[in-house]
Design a protein around this ligand. Structure first.
Ligand code: ZN
Length: 182
């Protein structure tokens, strides 16, 4: 009888559920198998596009299309420092985060150059295109990726529709002004 804690429902370090949760957290921290990436993978798979995962290429692209000589990265807006409202430096340890994100950004630039130099086309899909206020409709994301794969554009970026979010905010603001006047 362990009896430690007495509550019985408290999870201990050996509780499988806790371990599973921890594994998922670690996986999220490493940036593997995160939700945005799965959205892309599942969508492309459903659209009949086949790819390889995390091959031995610079930067370990999330999806690799060897025959098309194309790779897709799904980048978290925070970790890769996207210029969008989903990227905010935490107030604590600000310098630490600034340096860390700057290093990630520098590495992304290097990796993209290396891939281009060896004849790969590179598409970066930002997290904000897949989730959050500015996300695009999933079929639109998949269509856009498919068109890029079929096209010739060497470098492309797919991000959330922040213009739409801002114009909506403006409309909401006008609306509230009007209702206040009436
Ligand atoms: Zn973003």
């Amino acid at each position: 009888m362990s009896g430690a804690g007495g509550g019985g429902r408290l999870t201990s370090g050996r509780d499988p559920h806790t371990l599973e949760q921890r594994r998922r957290n670690m996986s999220a921290i490493r940036g593997r198998d995160t939700k945005p990436e799965l959205i892309v993978r599942r969508g492309l798979h459903a659209a009949g596009l086949r790819y390889r995962l995390h091959g031995a290429l610079p930067g370990k692209p999330d999806l690799i299309f060897p025959r098309r000589r194309a790779v897709v990265f799904v980048h978290g807006c925070f970790w890769h420092g996207h210029d969008c409202p989903m990227f905010k430096i935490p107030a604590t340890k600000e310098d630490f985060w600034r340096e860390k994100i700057a290093r990630n950004q520098a590495r992304d630039v290097t990796v993209q150059a290396q891939l281009q130099n060896s004849g790969w086309r590179v598409l970066t899909v930002w997290e904000c295109a897949l989730r959050g206020r500015a996300k695009l409709a999933p079929p639109l994301v998949i269509d856009t990726i498919r068109h890029w794969l079929d096209g010739r554009e060497e470098i492309a970026v797919l991000a959330g529709d922040w213009t739409r979010v801002q114009s909506r905010a403006a409309v909401a603001c006008q609306g509230s002004n009007l209702s206040r006047r009436s």
